[in-house]
Design a protein around this ligand. Structure first.
Ligand code: 5GP
Length: 193
């Protein structure tokens, strides 16, 4: 999505530790009209898949998931993270290693009442890096017996292993901006350039 690539180039900041900060429109302040276009693009890609629920993970996937959900006209279920295992028999849960919190593991859960075998799910997240969040969400959804139609990602750091790992599981992954490389000297380079 060209407009997204331009926005990342203009507003993104590259931090140490291989982190792209896009706090001005995605991860802190949300540019709603712009992210609405991102949601519309996800609908263009997955609108014919019979999606009944969008699943994301708190916190930063929620905004884009909600904007996309307005096009799909389906609910958003966001998986909740917790550091301690307060898991219940009423919830599906997996362990996920965090990219942004120094490799710490989180329990991630969704209450059983919000996903069922009748659902066809689109997973949405802001970033794809090593793939742990996405693989965890896929496992979580599959525990319910629901079908995973695919994943819509706003920004994929394609030089990290996540994209290959997740696609190797057979899951359809559509990323609206794919970063080939980034560093503070050369800035951000996208795959299709
Ligand atoms: P993964 O599990 O694929 O390694 O990382 C994905 C998760 O880590 C995303 O949910 C996202 O919140 C966070 N993340 C990974 N890389 C970045 C990054 O460069 N910038 C930001 N802001 N978040 C990232």
């Amino acid at each position: 999505m060209k407009a997204l690539e331009e926005k990342i180039r203009k507003d993104g900041r590259i931090l140490e530790g291989n982190v792209l900060k896009v706090d001005s429109f995605l991860n802190h302040q949300i540019d709603v009209p712009f992210m609405d276009k991102v949601g519309e693009e996800l609908y263009r890609l997955f609108g014919d898949c019979g999606i009944t629920k969008i699943v994301t993970i708190e916190v930063s996937g929620i905004g884009v998931a909600c904007l996309a959900a307005r096009y799909f006209n389906v609910p958003v279920v966001y998986a909740k993270k917790s550091r301690s295992a307060n898991l219940s028999k009423d919830a599906y849960s997996v362990k996920v290693q965090s990219f942004t919190h120094g490799g710490e593991f989180f329990d991630v859960m969704v209450a059983k009442e919000y996903l069922s075998a009748e659902d066809t799910v689109l997973i949405i997240d802001d970033f794809l890096a090593n793939g742990n969040a996405l693989i965890g969400l896929k496992e979580l959804v599959e525990q319910s017996g629901a079908t995973v139609a695919g994943a819509g990602i706003v920004i994929e750091k394609a030089y990290q292993e996540g994209g290959d790992r997740v696609r190797a599981t057979g899951m359809r992954v559509e990323s609206l901006a794919r970063i080939r490389s980034m560093d503070s000297v050369n800035g951000v380079q996208f795959c299709e350039e």
